[in-house]
Design a protein. Sequence first.
Length: 196
Amino acid sequence: MKFVALSAIAAVVSADSFCDGQRFCVYGTGTSSSVTITVHAAASGWAGVGIGTEMTNSQLFVGWQNSTKGYTLISAKAPSQVQPTVDSPLKLTQVPLAVPAPSWAKLAYSFSTSVSGISQSTNIIWAYSNSPPSSNIDSPKAQFAQHQATGTTSGVNLLTTGSTSATPAASTTTSGSEGLIAGSVALANILYAFVL
Ligand SMILES: *[C@@H]1O[C@H](CO)[C@@H](O)[C@H](O)[C@H]1NC(C)=O
């Protein structure tokens, strides 16, 4: 019984990640029907992540700091490399920051979504700019400038596998980043201590 409890806790706190040095990281946790995605970016303007291999027709998620230091988050799509068209209704819900921001991050936000295409091997594009939207920063309709940095990566596991198989904590995160595994295991151990 105690072992099952530990596995369930580990599945909740672990998240896989992709980082491009100390300038962009994306984390995912959850199931394909509801995944929580966290973005950390070294840019001060806006930062976004997309599900796919190129900007065109990919589901995009973009965020920037608003006038009260919260975040305006949008989901959007672009038919080509132009200003994306904001989804109506939005395909995301802002949630409290799920992964603590490192010191280099100037933007850090989390959202949940249930769009298709997010899997245990997700193709990701990312982009950011140091220029915030020039006006309407509290509105999803704000116009933001073209990206200054972009990247692409494949095979990122943005889902946690769940706890039904009751696998040990360490093996549920074998493809995660080392630091995060250590953090998850440490937290699981602390919680495990409480279970004991
Ligand atoms: C800024 O974003 C936060 C959510 O992060 C929201 O609660 C707040 O109302 C927003 N501020 C404005 C002025 O819209």
